[in-house]
Design a protein around this ligand. Structure first.
Ligand code: NIG
Ligand code: FE
Length: 406
């Protein structure tokens, strides 16, 4: 990216010296900012920024941002954007009264996606995912985590992870990859749970580690999917390869899985629609980050993660999209922020903190993305003319992004 100077920025949000890694509790209510600001980027990095009266004279391309705001691009720390096909037929079934869990129990859901993915070649999977990623970038996402988990056998899990590796190589977005072999029990292992866990541990993990294909290891720790004990077995096996956990937990029931994640030093525990005081206490004693996925609650009509309660307890909160073909076929972080405000009662400042700085922490990328700091990657959103940041969740459903520079 050539050198660019953005001038007359109405407000430049989330500025810092690069020292902040995560914001929690009451601190989430404020976002450092500079009114009437400039921002200089060069060679893909933020060089400097400040109030207009301090703008240096530079002979480079300038963008006039009069009336517009600039913020760091969103960090979406939880997605499943590599998939073969939509599941709109399941959406129709739900509109007619079936629940997400009933459809999954009848062989739909994750197993439906796995059957479709098995039949698609790497090139087509890659092209589809790349296009989804480009659409997400236009909506403001600059950094993203992508999971496997629609393979459910060694070859197909590796195929997914290689697609993610190719996306890492070719996309403008910064990407982290997560191995989610334990997403659902394949039908052929219905009466042999241990056989599938053994396959994950003794076949998938060593091969994935050998090719360096995964930054994290995930397990869907939930009733009807994988137990706490199985989760722990898989996470400990992954740790042996220095692959850290990030897990799906407490989406439909309070399984005690949050504690399992914490015990195994998970970087984050994601979903948390069912969360009690014991879980809040456990999180307070740990460095594990709670991640809420309100797009999923909206789409499959399950309770929202008690984000207000989490922040009021003094914890940090992360917001991510969970973009996937079953429970949330949208990765629009602007809408995620609107839902967090409207349904979870976060303030806009809390929601933007959760989707930028705290998202970076959930991907261990605090040093390079998530805020406007000298030396960090130049991944920024320039909004259309707006009067307050609040306008973004307030005018939900409208695209208030003028351009995204990555
Ligand atoms: O995060 N909960 C598990 N996995 C995904 C849904 C996957 C699917 O339905 O395809 C989620 O909601
Ligand atoms: Fe998910």
């Amino acid at each position: 990216m050539a050198a660019i100077l953005i001038r007359n920025i109405k407000t430049l949000w989330q500025t810092d010296e690069g020292e902040r890694t995560v914001v929690k509790g009451k601190d989430m209510a404020t976002i450092p900012c500079i009114n009437n600001a400039w921002l200089w980027i060069d060679a893909g990095k933020i060089v400097d920024f400040g109030p207009m009266e301090t703008m240096p004279e530079l002979n480079i391309t300038t963008i006039d941002a009069t009336g517009k705001m600039v913020l760091p691009a969103y960090v979406d720390s939880h997605t499943h954007i590599v998939y073969a096909a939509n599941r709109d037929e399941e959406f129709l079934m739900r509109l007619k009264g079936k629940t997400y869990e009933e459809i999954a129990a009848a062989g739909g859901g994750i197993l439906n996606s796995a059957a479709k993915l098995g039949a698609m070649d790497v090139e087509e999977l890659y092209e589809n995912a790349f296009e989804r990623l480009e659409n997400l970038i236009a909506l403001g996402t600059g950094t993203i985590e992508i999971k496997s988990g629609y393979g459910l056998n060694t070859a197909a899990e590796i195929k997914m992870l290689r697609v993610i590796r190719k996306l890492k190589e070719n996309s403008r977005a910064t990407i982290k990859s997560t191995f989610l072999g334990a997403h659902a029990l394949p039908a052929e292992y219905k009466n042999n749970r241990k056989g599938y866990i053994d396959l994950i541990i003794n076949d998938m993990l060593p091969k994935i580690a050998d090719e360096g294909l995964a930054d994290y290891c995930d397990v869907f720790c939930e009733q009807g999917y994988f137990t706490n004990e199985e989760t722990e077995t898989i996470l400990s096996a992954a740790w042996k390869y220095h692959i850290k956990p990030k897990i799906h937990v407490n989406q439909f029931t309070n399984t005690g899985g949050i504690q399992t994640g914490i015990k195994n030093n998970a970087v984050s525990v994601d979903h948390l629609e069912y969360l009690g005081d014991a879980e809040i206490d456990a999180l307070l004693q740990s460095n594990t980050l709670p991640v809420a996925l309100p797009g999923c609650s909206f789409f499959i009509q399950i309770p929202y993660t008690p984000g207000r309660k989490i922040i009021d307890a003094g914890l940090p909160l992360v917001l991510a999209s969970d973009y996937n073909p079953g429970s949330c076929p949208s990765g629009n972080m602007n809408f995620v922020i609107a839902l967090a405000c409207i349904q979870m009662k976060l303030t806009p400042e809390e929601a933007f903190n959760a989707a930028t700085l705290n998202g970076a922490a959930a991907l261990e990328l605090s040093g390079s993305v998530g805020s406007i700091a000298k030396g960090k990657s130049a991944k920024i959103i320039i909004t259309k003319p707006i009067t307050t940041l609040t306008e973004i969740p307030y005018r939900f459903g409208e695209n208030l992004i003028d351009r995204v520079l990555i």
